[in-house]
Design a protein around this ligand. Structure first.
Ligand SMILES: Nc1ncnc2c1ncn2[C@@H]1O[C@H](COP(=O)(O)OP(=O)(O)OP(=O)(O)O)[C@@H](O)[C@H]1O
Length: 340
């Protein structure tokens, strides 16, 4: 519940008794010259108030289409989405009162206006008075206080993105949707923006739905992740559960000696061997690789392959899987299953 805003007006309240976002059998198809494209194929999920949920998926998975459907920017072919108790499909304007979105990086703000003018403008079109104190606080929070009166086109890419974030946050809606918020940012700017987004989620209790290719963003920010592929939900789990599921699956193996191409291919196909490094030549060769599909007995099978390969085993260490390896594994498993 957001209750009173800092300027004394009522924020759009959220009812904690039902999920703030409910997506039910949502489907979107497009008719193109090449035939029918199914961008979103019967997806369902809910999001609880105050949680931070990531939408992850390869190119063309349906992330942006899902976000556009939730924002009421496009109409679904079938299915429904309810935002804060209002149907985004039947009453897109009503539902949009509860959501502010940052889409396409900083392209949605006005580059000839100053940062402050942009924030004021977005506050007004959201139907809220542009309280100067609140705008100053927001500028402080996103680290743009000293650039507040500069036109946006004089800012760096990271600063533009922060200005866009401030324009999204000024509306104080219960839900914030961010599509690729760190796209194109350098490491430092991405880190700073992640810190600001985490603060937003933890201190202000807003519900955040964030789509990103940047696994670090999802891992650092999200409580839960929904993995989309070809328009369907492949996984919907807490980030911790996903990482735990794959806990024992990545081992780094080092061996001495010559490995034939046949053995190497077998290691790649059966155990997902990747990240190969080879040092030395002639008699003294060391190979290192990461086996990414190893669980339970598979580990002993991997050792058996190495024993018969004529190499000498040097070391094995367990690697913490990161979300990226988990994600690639899920997508690969799905690809193999759909090929069968
Ligand atoms: N207006 C449209 N007309 C026809 N096809 C579309 C349209 N919009 C999206 N698609 C198709 O729907 C599928 C899903 O696209 P979408 O943009 O939702 O994916 P995405 O997960 O956001 O991808 P990316 O990460 O590359 O932005 C793709 O195959 C895309 O080509």
């Amino acid at each position: 519940m957001l209750g009173q805003r800092s300027d004394g007006t009522e924020a759009v309240a959220s009812d904690r008794s039902e999920p703030i976002l409910t997506v039910d059998s949502l489907r979107k198809t497009y008719e193109t010259d090449a035939g029918t494209t199914t961008a979103v194929d019967d997806i369902s999920f809910t999001v609880e108030t105050g949680s931070v949920v990531g939408l992850l998926g390869p190119n063309g998975a349906g992330k942006t289409t899902t976000i556009k459907l939730l924002l009421g920017l496009i109409r679904p072919t079938s299915g429904t989405a309810r935002i804060n108790g209002v149907s985004a499909t039947e009453s897109p304007t009503g539902a949009s009162q509860s959501v502010a979105a940052m889409l396409e990086g900083a392209r949605n703000i006005y580059w000839r206006l100053t940062v402050r003018e942009n924030i004021r403008f977005f506050a007004r079109i959201g139907g809220q008075p542009a309280d100067p104190n609140r705008i100053d606080r927001l500028l402080e929070q996103v680290g743009l206080a000293d650039r507040a009166d500069d036109p946006v086109n004089e800012l760096s890419r990271g600063q533009k993105q922060k200005a866009s974030l401030a324009c999204t946050l000024v509306r104080e809606t219960p839900i914030v949707v961010l599509d690729e918020p760190t796209l194109g940012l350098d490491v430092e700017s991405s880190f700073e923006l992640r810190r600001e987004l985490r603060r937003l989620a933890t201190q202000e209790g807003r519900t955040v739905l964030v789509s990103s290719h940047d696994m670090q963003v999802i891992e650092a920010l999200c409580d839960r992740v929904i993995i989309l592929n070809e328009g369907t939900v492949l996984a919907d789990e807490s980030v911790d559960t996903l990482l735990d599921l794959f806990q024992t699956r990545v081992v780094r193996v080092t061996v001495d000696g010559q490995l034939s191409n046949g053995v190497r291919t077998e290691l790649e196909e059966r155990f997902g061997a990747t990240a190969w490094t080879t040092r030395g030549d002639g008699e003294t060769v060391t190979h290192q690789f990461d086996a990414t599909h190893v669980q339970g007995n598979e580990f002993y099978e991997l050792m058996a392959v190495l024993r018969t390969s004529g190499t000498t085993f040097v070391s094995v260490e367990s690697l913490e899987p990161d979300l990226e390896s988990v994600f690639l594994r899920i997508i690969e498993t799905e690809r193999v299953a759909s090929d069968d």
